[in-house]
Design a protein around this ligand. Sequence first.
Ligand code: ADP
Length: 498
Amino acid sequence: MKNDDTLLHLPPPALNPMEEKQAMLAAIIASTDDTIISKTLEGIITSWNPAAERMFGYKEFEAVGQHISIIIPPERLPEETFIIGQITKGEKVDHFETVRQTKNGELIPISLTISPIRNSLGQIIGASKIAKDISEQKRAAEKQGVLSAIVDSSDDTILSKTLDGIITSWNKAAVKMFGYTEAEAIGQHISLIIPPDRLNEETFIIGEVSKGNKVDHFQTIRRAKNGNLVPISLSVSPIVDGNGKVIGASKIARDISGEQATQLETAKLYEQLKELNTKKDEFIALASHELKTPLTSINGYLQLLDLYVSEEKPKVFLQKAQHQLKKLSSLVDDLLDVSKIEAGKLRFTTEDFDICEVINNAVDLISHTNTSYKITLHSSVRNCIIKGDDHRIEQVIMNFLTNAIRYAPNSNQIEVFLISDKHDIKIGVKDLGVGIATEKLEHIFSRYYRVDDNDSKVSGLGIGLYLCHEIVTRHNGKIWAESELGKGSTFWFTLPVI
Ligand code: ADP
């Protein structure tokens, strides 16, 4: 027993240098992450390291003594003949990319390096294999392939460059846009396509990209190989390496010459439309001015004629003619006013006047000429002084009242409100007529706007409310309408009280 104990504590027997080297190699093979296998020239596995166990799933005792075909997929067996052929000739097989099979049938892409094993006489007696799993590499390459295919098939020009401006990639659309082939562009400075007067843009872009910022929709001009200038919209993004450091920039360029042409076309059309509109305004101004003179003289002659006619029937005809003439004159006056507004020449007189008086007069006048209507005035004030043009304010109230009659053919009730507020006086005209749809209300104060769906069949030019709007706002007041289709409307305006 004693002797045995002593034996256990004995130092290991000393190794000769050859044995030492052998032991060291064995230790390296056992601890390496690379799969290392050896086999005879007949393909019988003679060694199998722990990394091989991990890669293929077979334990050392399961693999050693087996034929190497246990890890070769059947369709790849001929590769073994080729490899052994090379080894027999004493040649190494380097970075041979292939696929091997694990114990559970999984296929793994690997890179093989196979070297001959010689005996002490220099004869080749087997082969050592080092296998590297290249699945990750393959996956990355595939991903790279997909990305390059996308970049290459894109209609957008995509290129990349270093932070020093050296072009590092150039897709097919870039070839088409700038005329330089990939070989001509890669390695060149990006100034190849920048017109000299725009070189400073590159400093700005690189400055932004170096800070990690993206430059989006930067509209500029680049130069093609044939000297043509191409208007483009650029989006430049930083390219970062694995450590998050900016190492370059990717650029996507879109040809916007088409867009610019459309913009130009639209601008031209807009100009033409504006010109036409001006011409129309000028025509209306001229026509209404020219109509005014004969109208005035017809009016004069009708008044003269009135003095000579005493018979009842011709007198009635004469009155009808005078009435129609008045309507025509009022239309021409409105048209003249519109032209004046457009030319910025509509003038107002400014005087203090009593708005209550103006409203009372207008209601009286309308009631007098439209006897079938019941016009009720609700007023909380007796007098209220306003600064402005009393004729123009009268024009507004008259317009509200005549519209209330025209657009309420089936009702004869009209109410007028005169409400005093602290700083304002508020005037409203309510009818029970055809009403206006909500979505149309916001347009009724626009020039030449007429509601087309209230089937009122009332003729008009759509300028009365436009003039009212201009008059009220020029008096620092507000104008609006409340209405419900089929139920009636109330038109309002306010004026500041002095
Ligand atoms: P128009 O001469 O056509 O009446 P206006 O500028 O006075 O011109 O009115 C613009 C449009 O607003 C009218 O065509 C009409 O459709 C609508 N409108 C104006 N007043 C009323 C109202 N009291 N009731 C219903 N619709 C109205």
